[in-house]
Design a protein around this ligand. Sequence first.
Ligand code: B3K
Ligand code: ZN
Length: 974
Amino acid sequence: MARLILPCKSSCLARTSLLGLISSAPVKRSVCSVKSISGYRCFSALEATHRRNYRFPHSSPYRATEASRRVICSVATEPFPKRVEESEMDAPKEIFLKDYKSPDYYFDTVDLRFSLGEEKTIVASKITVFPRVEGSSAPLVLNGVDQKLISIKVDGKELKEGDYHLDSRHLTLQSPPQGKFTLEIDTEIQPQNNTSLEGLYKSSGNFCTQCEAEGFRKITFYQDRPDIMAKYTCRIEADKLLYPVLLSNGNLIEQGTLEGGKHYAVWEDPFKKPCYLFALVAGQLESRDDTFVTRSGRKVALRIWTPAEDVPKTAHAMYSLKAAMKWDEDVFGLEYDLDLFNVVAVPDFNMGAMENKSLNIFNSKLVLASPETASDADYAAILGVIGHEYFHNWTGNRVTCRDWFQLSLKEGLTVFRDQEFSSDMGSRTVKRIADVSKLRNYQFPQDAGPMAHPVRPHSYIKMDNFYTVTVYEKGAEVVRMYKTLLGTQGFRKGMDLYFKRHDGQAVTCEDFFAAMKDANGADFANFLQWYSQAGTPVVKVTSSYNAEAHTFSLKFSQEVPPTPGQLVKEPMFIPVAVGLLDSSGKDMPLSSVYHDGTLQSVASISQPVLSTVLRVTKKEEEFVFCDIFERPIPSLLRGYSAPVRLESDLSDNDLFFLLAHDSDEFNRWESGQVLARKLMLSLVADFQQSKPLTLNPKFVQGLKSILCDTSLDKEFIAKAITLPGEGEIMDMMEVADPDAVHAVRTFIRKELASQLKSEFLSTVENNRSSEEYVFDHPNMARRALKNTALAYLGSLEDSEMTELALHEYKTATNMTDQFAALSAISQNPGKTRDDVLADFYTKWQHNYLVVNKWFALQAMSNIPGNVENVRKLLNHPAFDLRNPNKVYSLIGGFCGSPVNFHAKDGSGYKFLGEIVLQLDKLNPQVASRMVSAFSRWRRFDESRQTLAKQQLETIMSANGLSENVFEIASKSLA
Ligand code: B3K
Ligand code: ZN
């Protein structure tokens, strides 16, 4: 899915690379501390040694128990948190998959009533409860934090003290009735003070919710786990003027006015759902309305809600939604199941978007777009994320997860679905390249670091820390491998069986596996290892040709590196798509492969086969192609058929040949990348030994022929002439050297710009357009190529090129071109840069989404000493630490600059350390994303290690640290 791409390289960021965005003049505004009742002594369940070494958080140690009891049956006027002794406080608790137990009680119906107010909000819930086993005498344990209990009734009878137990995180009924019963709970919450942006909170004056993963427990006491699926009704009451629009899940069944300027609305959701899919929105919003008629004739009202002034910017989101609805019908036969689908855009949101049943809530960044204010990348992200959230209606909502360890069941699958959707709407090759690049740049480092975890994690402290590139992007690769193995029709059969078996259920990754397997009678060998083993497999391939026997052999060996808690690994099932090129560059027809003592035919009589999928399942094994009449050049892992690091014995000449001829376009790009990585690594070695840097002319020639090949897709060319990122190269080094890698990448870019200057200039010339902005592949590809060329030219630092970029900036008619020109100019420090940045801000200061781009561009700058500029920007009037988008732009952007974040003097680390502590008091989820940037500190030299470790230790010793940050920081130090 084209979810939001964050500039920072931290793990969670990346997916939510689906999203990206907060801010802070640290503390220009007063910070409210409602974090209250969940105070704890942060005591690692993970690492006994660290218990001794670190001072764990112990401030704000409040418990609700006594205070809450006192207010039972009456709305309390006294403050609800009560201070408790340190010894009483909770320690962060690690939760394990192996400990999963079915709930003792299920909920059938849930009736919620909200009375929304400025000072307080009252939530009344009425739940019908029934035991899993009739006659059970197990206690009923409800989750609940940051709320004041007002009253609790069982079957209409108010409970007294002693009938239940209340602690900082739970409300326990020791002996509930033995059969079905009704539970009524009234609580008070303060959404206006909720800066964590989970549960019920306010964004720009409007109420909204975010319940996944465990935010519902901040709204009311509940069994907050996804295997509790119930039917909900929701009555919302609020001031009519302040909150004219009242929304929740399902259908609107009643509305009316009330005394005192209030009004109400009642919503009923006919589908059972887990509480993480509950949503409520109340505020001053207007909608863009449209309809979609499903293939069975259901007329669905579509509404996208924003503040009135933003409604014109929702046209692309509406187009995307309708395209997604049609695509899911065409490709998977899946129809929408209600008469109404609402999308609400809010400016303060931790991630990109949320798939609440029939009431998706989105970060504004992923809804609002106009050609003048949004780039092609924004348009593509909106398409992908609107699709992603819509697709969740079946993969996530109708069939949900049994527990949070199964998150990839819905996320990996839904990312795969959004990737396919975007591919079908644009260019399949280009989309695949973008997705694989993301995997390499964000997921591979995570898989090789202290936060490495399997696609289905074994344990967590805070589930929110596991919305990662591993669960999402690697999870999507796992789903893609089913399709590679089964083919399009086999995969569809598996999906059909999955829905047939599990509609309305909360299930596991094994259930998905079983549906794929059973629908196809397939042998999936050890495929399930993909869910349980962390680490990126390294696959080595050597080839040999036997001219006499006319055979070509590929020998594979695989190794999965050790990861925290998993030192020894089993071999994986790796589907390797292969084609063999003859000397003219054509695919050879493949007839049969000898493997494991048998000769397997790969061709069908009617159709010659030009590519086949080898099933690599052992630590070492050989495949021998027969009837090969000349030495072929193998094209391996076509389309990137498995998420592995491939090391082959292909020579540079072979790679140049593949770059020029491979029929698999992904592998054409890949060959260029392998060559570039080799080149960059060897120049880094030269740089470190103070040798002069020179660029291999064959490499320049190779890129030139791609750049000038008019038969190629323009966006493909743009990708193929883009060098691997600095992070990718650092990731391949024994000791990461950000300065050397940056110097080398800058050198190659400049050298290419200088040697191919005339080609780049004509590329810019030939790809301008005075036509109106159109979001389609040919136009996006044209802009991508032009702007890639412009960026190369901008690296030349000569006045003629600066003039050119300035001209592009001034004449641009859309944000894609304008921002690309601004970026090209801002590579080089100086007056022009300062003037243009100032001009851009003046132009766009009224648009917070564009201002975030301006923050990010400056924050990511590699200009030496940029940390000072970023510190200044913290005090810019447009910045606010409480808005995630602004934080992701400025702080996340800064962490994306290897030279400045990893500055030798530790200034970048110090900056981030300070910010993390400020942020943690406001929004632990965002703070924990930021602290992830430290997680790979051991990859650097000793002096950097010492400086980064100091910051992590300072963070760990802070009072009142959240579990979110605690988990990342402690695992990073372990
Ligand atoms: N399911 C949400 C992510 C929720 C993140 C909770 N911390 C968006 C998505 O993946 O579709
Ligand atoms: Zn999702």
